[in-house]
Design a protein around this ligand. Structure first.
Ligand code: DAH
Length: 355
């Protein structure tokens, strides 16, 4: 507790102490605390000093009273002065404080599937392909019949295909067309060939739909990139060359392709294509389930029946086609374990990708 024995020395010391405290007060709060400590009517230093003066020897009282009053007036004035100084140092309301660090605006970026799709489009564009898109609501003819998949083909089953409730025409007439969500982008082969004559070199990216339950590797909606090349003298060698160039571009220059004989109604011969595992370079690892290979697409030479359904001369033209899943390529490229992550819009996942 400060010594308040009423003497001129005490008063001089209090003035010094106040001066030091005032100088240290750099905020409104600190200033208010200093003011209260000295000037508070109850418990303030000046109030206590005045009490002590009143109790002092009568002959000393007038001089001490005057010194105390002077100190009080001085303290009041200097507190007011300091308050004004603090106010003046503050920026006017609404002013921009140019010393504040900037606020980062979070920028959006492309979704990893869009990045992969753009990369694929870029690679094929450089090879001279045109990028075209087509309708997701299709009819059975474009999606199946014209692709040499007759009515009894299992892919047309209600179990696999999402049919729409309302037909395209919908008047109940005999020419009503059953509509569906396209199960593959191959339907665009037909639409494009109907509208164009060879030579054709197209890539068709887009969404496709299947009656699948959501799990680690399946979603009812996913995306494919379809490719179609038609012309005179197009051979299996062109197919292999095109796809090998693509694989090396997107998975790295050491990539090798393996063509496994397969079956699709719209190609003959047909193949499923595996790429050498980019992670272990074919040695076998967890990524490729120890096989050294990753399956990436289906392809083949366009079946003559497909050319016939669009009115092309199957004797004159040959061609090749392929279809691959964009999610599949993204999963292999980025080692994503669960396809659902691509659709949940969790930024903690999405922000991990280069864009
Ligand atoms: N349509 C096939 C699918 O969805 C992929 C495919 C295979 C497309 C062979 C083709 C092809 O163009 O020739 O699984």
């Amino acid at each position: 507790m400060t010594d308040l024995t009423p003497t001129p020395d005490t008063i001089a010391r209090l003035r010094d102490e106040f001066g030091a405290e005032l100088a240290a007060a750099e905020t409104d709060r600190a200033l208010q605390a200093v003011r209260d400590r000295y000037l508070a009517r109850k418990g303030g230093v000046i109030a206590a000093l005045m009490k002590a003066v009143a109790a002092a020897a009568p002959e000393a009282r007038p001089a001490l009273g005057k010194l105390t009053n002077d100190l009080k007036t001085d303290i009041e004035a200097r507190v007011a002065e300091k308050r004004a100084a603090l106010d003046a140092s503050r920026a006017p309301a609404g002013a921009v404080d140019v010393t504040l660090p900037g606020r980062l605006t979070p920028l959006g970026h492309r979704h990893p599937l869009t990045v992969v799709r753009d990369q694929m489009e870029d690679i094929f564009t450089r090879m001279g392909f045109a990028i075209v898109e087509g309708p997701e609501v299709e009819d059975e003819w474009h999606c199946f019949d014209a692709l040499n998949m007759p009515a009894e083909h299992p892919a047309r089953d209600m179990q696999d295909t999402l049919y729409l409730a309302s037909p395209l025409k919908g008047d109940g007439g005999a020419d009503d067309v059953r509509t569906l969500l396209r199960t593959h982008t191959s339907s665009m082969q037909i639409r494009y060939m109907q509208a164009h004559t060879p030579p054709i070199r197209i890539v068709v990216p887009g969404r496709v739909y299947r009656r699948d339950d959501l799990d680690l590797t399946h979603t009812p909606a996913f995306s494919q990139v379809e490719g179609l090349v038609v012309g005179e003298g197009i051979s299996l060698a062109d197919l292999k060359g095109t796809l090998t160039a693509f694989a090396r571009d997107i998975f790295g220059p050491r990539s090798r392709l393996r063509f496994r004989p397969s079956f699709f109604p719209y190609t003959e011969p047909s193949a499923e294509v595996d790429i050498s595992c980019w992670k272990c370079d074919g040695a076998g690892c967890a990524m490729c389930k120890r096989s050294g290979w990753l399956e990436i697409l289906g392809c083949g030479m366009v079946h003559p029946a497909v050319f016939e359904s669009v009115g092309y001369d199957a004797e004159r033209y040959t061609g090749f086609a392929w279809g691959m899943g964009i999610e599949r390529v993204a999963i292999l490229r980025y080692q994503v374990e669960d396809i659902r992550l691509f659709y949940e819009n969790d930024l903690r996942f999405l922000e991990q990708f280069p864009y």
